[in-house]
Write a protein that binds this ligand. Structure first.
Ligand SMILES: Cc1ncc(COP(=O)(O)O)c(C=O)c1O
Length: 405
């Protein structure tokens, strides 16, 4: 039977003419330089690409704060980078301790079971992050080859505040660590070498303010030794770091790289290097604090106590059991602002990653959220929250005028 072409929608029929402000848990808005790079195509091999790759790697060393040469880009989501990490270091007979704080840190367990590793999953003894002492007890109870954890669990807005201590502790037990820095890298400190992290992964669409579907991974020398010594065949061909070395070391063909995505990643990293990590961390912290103060001024409650609250994705309790799916869809339709729901918890989530951390974007998100709740019968003090931000915006404007005058 002949199949005729379907009635084709043009993208202008489905995508609003003014871009949606993405203020959820990712993807996040991208700078114009990233968007421009993402529309270019050059050959995936050859001199230009080799220079792009070398530049991504050296900028990656800065962003991960590592001198490791084993930094690779991956044509795939952050979960692809997590999968490369897990499949590289685990196979039948190897043991992994998974610190499960929620949806994303739990994914390491799924991936490890998939490669036939022996998986022990633990949950925090008290609500909140993992503590060094509870991890010590788990490490004393059994031997492990690998420990996995997340720096910021976006599903519930909790930050693993003792990550450095946990990683250093794991080292004393001879256990390799894999850290999910998907939403946190470049938004807060993660000095990979100083803390002794063995594998760190990040996705493009969050803190880096690049595009979704591209991710990065950094291996320590010790972790890469395991990769090189590994006798079991790798279950994945594309996600094999030994094969990735060809492209990421010598510019040789592995698979046809997602060229526009790599160019976009290049630009995102370049902008981070130009801003510097110190200033970027400061901008993220300040913006997330302004957002949180605004939410509290409005009369909303935050899901996570301040001492371990994740700044990159702020979890907000949903008042009056409003139907969050309907609320968020109303906000999207009426205000063209995306805010995220959650996986099971009665919370909504606003992101503070990359370009989301601009006062005007925080203001628009708060305004849309306040108006959205009002439409659902919840009266909030949005006016007071916006007034605070407006005075900050005025101050910023005055400073900018002073700077050019
Ligand atoms: C902390 C964390 N890890 C991993 C992931 C998975 O990312 P991706 O959807 O790009 O595979 C996410 C996605 O939201 C995340 O927030």
């Amino acid at each position: 039977m002949k199949i005729n072409p379907p009635l084709c929608l043009s993208l202008t029929e489905v995508i609003p003419s003014t871009p949606t402000l993405l203020m959820g848990a990712g993807p996040v808005p991208i700078p114009k330089e990233v968007a421009a790079a993402n529309s270019q195509l050059i050959s995936h091999l050859g001199e230009s690409m080799r220079r792009v790759i070398a530049s991504i790697q050296s900028m990656g060393q800065y962003v991960f704060q590592t001198s490791s040469q084993k930094i690779f880009g991956i044509a795939g989501p952050s979960s692809g980078a997590m999968e490369m990490a897990v499949t590289s270091l685990l196979w039948p007979g190897r043991r992994v301790l998974v610190l499960n704080l929620g949806t994303f840190s739990a994914r390491f367990g799924d991936l490890a079971r998939g490669v036939g590793a022996e998986v022990t999953e633990i949950f925090p003894e008290e609500p909140g992050p993992f503590r060094v002492e509870e991890v010590r007890r788990a490490l004393e109870a059994q031997t492990y080859d690998v420990l996995t954890l997340v720096q910021g669990e976006t599903s519930c807005g909790v930050k693993n505040v003792e990550l450095e201590g946990i990683v250093k502790l794991a080292k004393t037990f001879g256990v390799l660590t894999i850290v999910d820095a998907v939403c946190t890298l470049s938004t807060m400190a993660l000095p990979v070498d100083e803390w002794g992290i063995d594998v760190a992964v990040v996705g493009g669409q969050k803190g880096l303010s690049a595009i979704p579907g591209i991710s990065m991974i950094a291996f320590s020398e010790a972790a890469f030794e395991v990769v090189l010594r590994r006798e079991k065949p790798m279950p994945h061909w594309c996600l094999d770091p030994r094969r990735s070395q060809g492209f990421w070391g010598r510019g040789e063909y592995h698979y046809t790289a997602p060229v526009p995505g790599l160019l976009a990643l290049h630009e995102a990293l370049r902008l981070i290097c130009e801003e510097t990590l110190e200033h970027r961390f400061e901008r993220h912290l300040r913006s997330a604090q302004i957002l949180q103060r605004g939410l509290l001024t409005m009369g909303l409650e935050l899901h996570t106590p301040e001492e371990h609250r994740l700044n990159s994705v702020v979890a907000i309790r949903n008042p009056n059991k409003v139907n969050t799916k309907e609320l968020l869809s109303h906000i999207l339709k009426t205000h063209n602002v995306e805010i995220s729901g959650a996986f099971g918890l009665d919370i909504i989530r606003i992101g503070q990653m990359g370009e989301q951390c601009r006062l005007k974007n925080v203001r628009r998100a708060l305004e849309a959220l306040g108006a959205g709740y009002e439409a659902f019968g919840v009266k909030l003090n949005t006016v007071a929250a916006l007034k605070e931000i407006d005075s900050m915006l005025e101050r910023e404007l005055a400073l900018a005028i002073l700077a050019v005058s």
